[in-house]
Structures are given as structure tokens and as C-alpha cells.
Design a protein. Sequence first.
Length: 255
Amino acid sequence: MSILKIKQIVLFLTICVSISCKQGNPTLSSIDGSLLKVDSTYKAVDSISAYVAPFRNRINQILDSTLAIAPKDIILDDGPRNTSMGNLMADALLEETRPLFHKQTGKELDFVVMNRGGIRAVISAGNVTARNAFEVMPFENYISVVELDGTAMRKLISFLIGSSRIHAIAGMQIILDKTGHLESVNINGSPFDENRNYFVATSDYLVQGGPSIGFFSDMVSVHDTGYLVRNAMIDHFKKVDTLTAQVDDRFIQLQ
């Protein structure tokens, strides 16, 4: 092949590449699709069902094993300012988080606050299982410990008093007078001291939401325990034989 012929071929290929490069980017002109209806006409594949069965059975066995007993229903509407279900969750978090927080930081946990919306179910009288904990707390929320100064504490207390929903607390007592105004606040049995900082355990959801959901306008520090709220409940259930949660005087209005 002559050199002239080779040059002509190279020139031709160069022109072709050049023309192709000048073409615009392809654009989507249409999308075709169809609805695939999944209903009872679809049958399980026996081989897949057989493979999954041991895992499913083991999970159900763990979830449904009895951890404690509830002598009566633990619910969310049995008190005007605190409820048995809210008290159960808050008390469990306080008991399980306090030693963990001290181990991780050397500091003392003062109290717990949880939002009413984070409690997604009640516990009926009878056997209490891990499945109950998943129903009460279906979210992957972790326990965070927030450090609050006196001013931030005042804002949190005011929010709890003014809220139309009954939020769960433990380690703190709020007493209102007959007119609904603040009478006193005690934390771990001592009067609230605006000149010191307090450590409160809560859900990381409330920490991330901050002022947008009303709980924490300002924070001095935040510590992530790495401990799921649900797991704290399960650990608590395992430790007690009988759940005795009830409405008490942790948040009341004088009559």
C-alpha cells in the first residue's frame, strides 16, 4: 500500500471521528413501561422459602421469648401529666444509661427526657417480649447525653410545661400550682440549680431536631453513647421480673 493511500485512509478516519464528536449529547425521548401487579396469584418459591425458614424461625424465637411480665396494661393516656408507658420508657433509659455514661465519661447522668411521639405502641398485660420493644421503638434511635446550662434547662422545663403532649421524664420532678404555673423543679431529689450544668439522656432524634421540635434550643455538649433506645428497653426487661410502671408524682399540678 502506498504512502499516499495510507494518508488518505488516515484523513478519512480523522474526518469521521471529528464529525461524530460534533454530535450533541443524546436526549431521552420517551420511556416505556408496564405495571407488574403483585398479588395472591404469585406463589412462593419453595427452595427460597426453605432456605429462609431457619433464619425466620430463629428470629421469631428470639423476638417472642418472654423477658418479663406486665400485670396490667401499660398505656399512654392514663395520666394528665405523666403516663405509665412514658414512665416505663424513661425509667428504663435512666437505669440502663446511667452506668454506661459514667463508664464512658466519668460523669453522672442527671435525668432523662423523651418525646411522646417516639413511643409508638403500648404494652398489654401478659408476657413482655423483645418484639414489644421493637413495637414501642421501631426506629434506630440511639441514646445521646446532652449537657445543658441553667438557661437551656429553663427553656426545656418551659417547653415541657407548655407542651400539649405528655412527654416522658425520669430523674426530674416538675410541680405546677393550681393555676398551671411552675411551683418547683427537683432533679435527683435536689432543687433545680440554675448555676450548674446538667446531663440529660435523650434520643439522638431530639438532639438532631433541636429547636425545630422544641426540646433543645442550646447545648453545651453532646455525647453519643452508641446505645440504642430499644436495646436499653430490652436490657431493662431482662433485669426485672414484673413491670410495675404506673402514673406517679414526677409531673403533677396541684389541686
